[in-house]
Design a binder for this molecule. Structure first.
Ligand SMILES: O=C(O)CCC(=O)C(=O)O
Length: 268
């Protein structure tokens, strides 16, 4: 696809796949780093506030966890704070070229997370729209999910409803679900267009923050590791809920005169 075709596809369907933008060596480095981060999580004292960024699979019982020397993590938030590797991955030139195509040259980062589905234990991520949970307006960010190992339906790859970014925003409720639960319990969604997005390691799925998406359980003997980032242009404003911080400082990934961060202030 030409750049113009990629942009038109994203505008129409709400998603785009970027195949094999990472080298095998870059993918290996990320996988090794995920191992380090699990060891780091295991080393944190129970009262250490950083533990909140390392979330255990919610439906794994103590007996299953006891069989593993490392914690069965569902996700790691704020990965830029814990890892230079995942800090740099957010600004990978080949990825950023594509994000710039969709959002323009000035790029800010809203989120840097690892979504992990441990082998045999990965839980369901119920269908939702990212923007329904984010204090950002207008709701037009781009989420990028980078496969760090091959992901397919059996280990819980992301599934999207193409075109659903045109539906407007809905309410979704709790996202994490047990492994035997369906992707949604809502009956007002046409699931006939729900499309699995298998990815080879080193490829990425980019999607609009209003696209309805989720992922099934991981019942396979392989983990599913993805790095997730969300980007936005300076035309998107910070609109915190009452009681939340009135300012938010975010990393600049590209443009904005080469500065490294920008502090967003909520309107008075
Ligand atoms: O990676 C996944 O399985 C889903 C992640 C996701 O939908 C999210 O974090 O909003």
């Amino acid at each position: 696809m030409t750049a113009e075709e990629q942009r038109a596809f994203f505008e129409d369907q709400g998603y785009l796949v970027l195949e094999d933008f990472m080298t095998a060596a870059e993918v290996d480095t990320c996988e090794t780093e995920i191992d380090h981060l699990h060891r780091f999580a295991a080393s944190l004292a129970a009262e250490d506030p950083r533990r909140l960024d390392f979330q255990l699979e919610p439906y794994v019982d103590a007996a299953a966890q006891d069989g593993h020397d490392l914690p069965l993590l569902r996700k790691i938030e704020q990965t830029r704070d814990y890892s230079d590797i995942f800090c740099d991955l957010a600004a990978h030139p080949k990825l950023i070229d594509t994000v710039r195509l969709l959002l323009g040259d000035d790029l800010l980062l809203f989120r840097s997370t690892l979504m992990l589905k441990p082998a045999l234990h990965g839980s369901v991520h119920a269908l939702h729209q990212d923007s329904a949970y984010w204090p950002m307006d207008p709701p037009s960010l781009v989420t990028v999910s980078i496969a760090l190992n091959d992901s397919a339906a059996d280990n819980g790859c992301i599934q999207v409803i193409p075109g659903s970014h045109k539906w407007g925003m809905r309410d979704w409720g709790l996202i994490a679900q047990d492994k035997d639960k369906p992707l949604t319990q809502r009956d007002d969604l046409d699931l006939s267009r729900l499309t699995p997005m298998p990815l080879t390691a080193g490829s990425a799925l980019l999607f609009h923050s209003l696209v309805v998406h989720g992922s099934g359980p991981n019942n396979s003997p392989r983990p599913r590791h993805t790095a997730l980032y969300a980007y936005f242009p300076p035309t998107v404003h910070y609109r915190p809920k009452p009681g939340a911080a009135r300012e938010k400082t975010v990393p600049v990934i590209h443009g904005l005169g080469g500065r490294s961060t920008l502090t967003l202030a909520a309107d008075a």
